[in-house]
Design a protein around this ligand. Structure first.
Ligand code: BJ8
Length: 384
C-alpha cells in the first residue's frame, strides 16, 4: 500500500451503500426484519433492540424524481420527492425490503408525503414535538418512543427486554464514539483527510449492518489515518481554507457542494448537518431508565423543524471553535422552508463570531454545478 493511501476498508465505506444491497437481501433471506427510517430523530436503539435491521432510506438521487412528480408537487424538497419516488418505483432495495417504515412529523412536506407512502408500505409515524424544552413536549416524545416499542413488538411478534434495549444503547453509543473520533481527526491543521473522504465514511457507515464488523473497520480506519498523519502524510494543503457545512442533509447528488469547495482551495473539515456531528454528538445516558434516556437524547437534536432551534446554534458554535473554521457554508434544499427561513438567524450568528458565511440553495440535478462552483470559489477566494 502506498504511504498516503487509506486502508482498503476505506473503499468499503465508499462502496458500502451498493454492497449493502446484497447484504440486506441476505439478511432478509435469513428471516431478518428490516425497518427503514428517514430522519435523525428516529430512535434507532428501539429498532435494533427489536432484532430488526435499521436502515436510513432518505434518498439523495434525482433518479426517481420524475416519477414522484406525477403524484407530488414539483415545488417540493427533492429529498421528499426522491424518497417517495424510490418507494413508488421500487428502485431502492432498502425501501423495497423494509417491513416497516418509521417517519416523524418533522416538516410539513415530509409528514404529508408519509400519508401517501403509507398507501404503498407499512408505515409508523412518530409525533415529534416542535419544541424541545417544555415538559409536555418531553412527555409526548417519551410516550412516542414507548409507542414505537409497542408497535415493533406487535408487528414483529417479539418482546423487547430491558437487556435488549440496554445492549442496543451501548452498541449505538460505541458507534457514535468511534464516528466522533473519526471526524474529530479533522480538527488537525491541515486535516488528515479531505471532506469528500470524511463524508464517504460517515455516509457509508450507515449501510453496514454487522455491527461488530463495522465498529472494527471504523477503528482500523481511524488507526490508519492517525498512523499516516504521524508519518508525515499530508493529503490536504496547509493553505486550504477550513470549511464547516451546515443545513439540510447532504449526500449523493448534493456532494457537488463539497466538490465545488474542495476544487476551489477549500477543505470541508466538519459537517454539522444530519450526515455528521448532529447524529453522533450526544450519547444516550446508559445509567438512566432506557426509554427516558433515549427520548431525552433524541429530542435534543438541533434541526430547523424545532422552534426555537437553540441546539443547532450550540453545536454549530462549538464545532466552529473546535475545528478552527475559516468559513461556514450552509446548504439548503430547494423548497425547504424551515432551513431557508432559519438562514437569516444562522447568518447573523456565524458572522457575529467573525466568520464568513454563505448559504447556497440547490436540488438534486446537476444543472447548477457550475454556478455553485463559481459562488463557492468566490467565497473561498474572499478569505484569502
Ligand atoms: S433532523 S434535517 S433528517 S428533519 S425533508 S426538513 S430538507 S424540506 S431532512 Fe431532516 Fe430530520 Fe431535521 Fe435531519 Fe427540509 Fe426537505 Fe423537510 Fe428535510
Amino acid at each position: 500500500m502506498e504511504k498516503n493511501q487509506l486502508p482498503k476498508d476505506f473503499e468499503h465505506f465508499a462502496d458500502a451503500r451498493k454492497q449493502g444491497f446484497l447484504h440486506i437481501k441476505g439478511l432478509k433471506d435469513q428471516g431478518k426484519k428490516v425497518v427503514g427510517t428517514f430522519c435523525t430523530y428516529t430512535p434507532a436503539e428501539v429498532i435494533m433492540a427489536s432484532g430488526a435491521v435499521c436502515v436510513g432510506i432518505c434518498s439523495f438521487s434525482d433518479e426517481t424524481i420524475p416519477d414522484a412528480e406525477k403524484v407530488l408537487p414539483r415545488n417540493l424538497c427533492p429529498l421528499i420527492k426522491s424518497s417517495y419516488g424510490f418507494a413508488l418505483t421500487e428502485k431502492c432495495p432498502y425501501m423495497y425490503f423494509s417491513d416497516l417504515l418509521v417517519g416523524e412529523t418533522t416538516c410539513d412536506g415530509k409528514k404529508k408525503m408519509y400519508e401517501l407512502l403509507g398507501e404503498l408500505k407499512d408505515m409508523h409515524v412518530l409525533q415529534l414535538p416542535q419544541t424541545q424544552t417544555d415538559n409536555v413536549s418531553k412527555e409526548l416524545w417519551y410516550q412516542e418512543v414507548l409507542g414505537l416499542k409497542a408497535r415493533l413488538e406487535s408487528t414483529f411478534g417479539v418482546t423487547i427486554t430491558d437487556e435488549d434495549i440496554r445492549a442496543a444503547i451501548r452498541l449505538k453509543n460505541e458507534e457514535r464514539k468511534i464516528l466522533k473520533e473519526l471526524y474529530e481527526l479533522s480538527q488537525a491543521c491541515p486535516p488528515p483527510i479531505s471532506g469528500a473522504e470524511q463524508l464517504k465514511i460517515l455516509y457509508g457507515s450507515q449501510f453496514k449492518f454487522d455491527y461488530d464488523e463495522k465498529l472494527q473497520e471504523l477503528r482500523d480506519v481511524v488507526t490508519k489515518i492517525k498512523e499516516n498523519y504521524a508519518n508525515g502524510v499530508r493529503p490536504v494543503a496547509e493553505s486550504a481554507k477550513r470549511i464547516l457545512i451546515t443545513g439540510c442533509p447532504l449526500a449523493g447528488a448534493t456532494e457537488k457542494v463539497v466538490t465545488a469547495i474542495e476544487e476551489s482551495g477549500g477543505v470541508v473539515v466538519a459537517y454539522e448537518n444530519c450526515i455528521g456531528a448532529k447524529t453522533v454528538d450526544k450519547l444516550v445516558d446508559e445509567n438512566e431508565e432506557p426509554y427516558k434516556a433515549i427520548a431525552d437524547r433524541y429530542l435534543q437534536i438541533g434541526c430547523s423543524v424545532m422552534t426555537p432551534d437553540t441546539n443547532r446554534y450550540e453545536l454549530l458554535s462549538r464545532l466552529m471553535d473546535e475545528f478552527k473554521v475559516d468559513g461556514v457554508v450552509e446548504m439548503t434544499l430547494q423548497a425547504c422552508h424551515t432551513y431557508a427561513v432559519e438562514t437569516e438567524s444562522i447568518r447573523r450568528f456565524v458572522q457575529g463570531k467573525n466568520v464568513p458565511f454563505i448559504s447556497v440553495e440547490t436540488d438534486y440535478s446537476a444543472a447548477d454545478a457550475a454556478q455553485l462552483k463559481n459562488r463557492l470559489a468566490a467565497f473561498i477566494e474572499m478569505m484569502a
